[in-house]
Design a protein. Structure first.
Length: 432
């Protein structure tokens, strides 16, 4: 029986990928561990290795194909002694591609949201198929809600879900059956927003239309959902960084070329320490409760062609500056080449976005779900300050913390910034 090669899921949130390149052709012999293809996700290009040995019998997906669903059959390997007559029957028995789940708000980065728990059916009962409206559009509902609606002859397309991301749950079906769901009925009758068209508008100048990359589609979806579903609020603080710049200069001089610390490396360290000292800020919201993370894994936004990616410095508060600097330089370089592994840009608990190198004085960053906060860092610049009642000049950096008010209250955000500011202005404290 030919061996089926399926489109792999290279991250928890991946539902489709692009087959960027084949490293084999039909008739080639392959061994377990041989690289056979390159798959492009929204964040990186990953090499796919063969897990069995055999001869490439048929490549079913062309090189350069986009939007190939996870679990779709992409190639067939012939085992020893098999001929090509076995290929047709194997292709007919291909498994169905995975059904895409409800959109998950991700990141720039690439941090997957916690899965939404559903009320489980009895272990032996198969999960009901996803509900669909009369127009064929998929309706997202829990298995129990779909089963209750089917038994009652209720069309789920006429309901508005109260669950996470608009998911229809048991209480929505019960409310509809009891006639106590006027809000849902009104919402169901509301006309859908018109899709945004790429067609030229009247009096619009000529333009070139650039197709959306997988990364740009993910950024658009995640950040739109972040602003629509996360109640953002913002706290801003000014930090004097003359002491930090002096410490950085002295450490780099003592390194004698072994490493070169950046201001961003010290900011990552300060955030890690502050999250360790204010653990309530190192958290994320779920409908089941607040996740309080035991490790401060700091994601750092890095600009790459076509968008952003957020390499994660794990346990940043307990790492030395040299280790943070080496990891950041390595991952930023590989991020720009599209060579980061999913575990290197997913799973952060807090994010930093630093635009100081572009001369930006202050900005408000969008939270990277499911995290509870992100720190926007501006440029350090000389400003007049008052010290002991007299005017003086200091190098000042403005930082703004965007907080998810469902999990990080004002007092928690303020406490985090107080500790962070202390680390930045007395940088030796973060080394203790």
């Amino acid at each position: 029986m030919p061996i089926k090669i399926l489109m792999p899921a290279l991250s928890p949130t991946m539902t489709e990928g692009n087959l960027a390149k084949w490293h084999v052709k039909e008739g080639d012999a392959v061994n377990a561990g041989d690289v056979i293809a390159e798959i492009e996700t929204d964040k990186a290009t990953m090499e796919v290795e063969a897990v069995d040995e055999g001869t490439v019998g048929r490549l079913l997906v062309d090189e350069g194909s986009e939007g190939v669903a996870v679990n779709a059959l992409i190639a067939l390997l012939l085992e020893d002694g098999e001929d090509k007559s076995a290929l047709d029957s194997a292709a007919d028995e291909a498994p169905a591609p995975a059904v895409a789940p409800a959109p998950t708000p991700v990141a720039e980065t690439p941090v997957p949201a916690a899965p939404v728990p559903a009320i489980a059916a009895a272990p032996s009962a198969p999960a009901p198929a996803p509900a669909a409206s009369a127009t064929g559009a998929r309706v997202f509902a829990s298995p129990l809600a779909r089963r209750m609606a089917a038994q009652a002859g209720l069309d789920l397309a006429g309901l508005t879900g109260s669950g996470p991301k608009g998911r229809i749950v048991k209480s929505d079906v019960e409310a509809a059956l009891s006639g106590t769901a006027p809000a849902a009925a009104v919402a169901a009758q509301r006309p859908a927003a018109a899709p945004i068209s790429a067609e030229a508008m009247p009096f619009e100048p000529a333009f070139d239309l650039e197709p959306l990359s997988s990364m740009r589609k993910t950024i658009a979806q995640r950040l739109t959902e972040a602003k629509q579903t996360i109640p953002h609020f913002y706290l801003t603080v000014d930090c004097e960084i003359d002491g930090l710049l002096d410490l950085r200069k002295r450490l780099n001089e003592k390194a004698d070329g072994a490493y070169k610390l950046s201001v961003n490396d010290l900011i990552i360290k300060a955030c890690g320490v502050a999250l360790r000292k204010v653990p309530a800020a190192n958290a994320s919201y779920t409908d089941d409760g607040i996740k309080l993370y035991q490790s401060a894994d700091v994601a750092v936004a890095v600009a790459i062609d076509g968008g952003l990616i957020t390499p994660v410095i794990r346990d940043a508060g307990n790492k030395g500056l040299e280790a943070i600097s080496a990891e950041m330089k390595d991952m930023a370089g590989r991020a720009r080449e599209g060579k980061l592994a999913p575990e290197e840009y997913q799973g952060g608990t807090f994010s930093i976005s630093n635009l100081g190198m572009f001369g930006i004085k202050q900005f408000d960053a969008v939270i990277n779900p499911p995290q509870g906060a992100i720190l926007a860092v501006g440029a350090g610049e000389q400003r007049p300050v008052v010290k002991d009642g007299a005017l003086a000049v200091a190098t000042v950096m403005t930082c703004t913390l965007s907080c998810d008010h469902r999990v990080v209250d004002g007092a928690i955000g303020a406490e985090f910034l107080k500790v962070f500011k202390a680390m930045i202005e007395e940088p030796f404290a973060m080394l203790l």
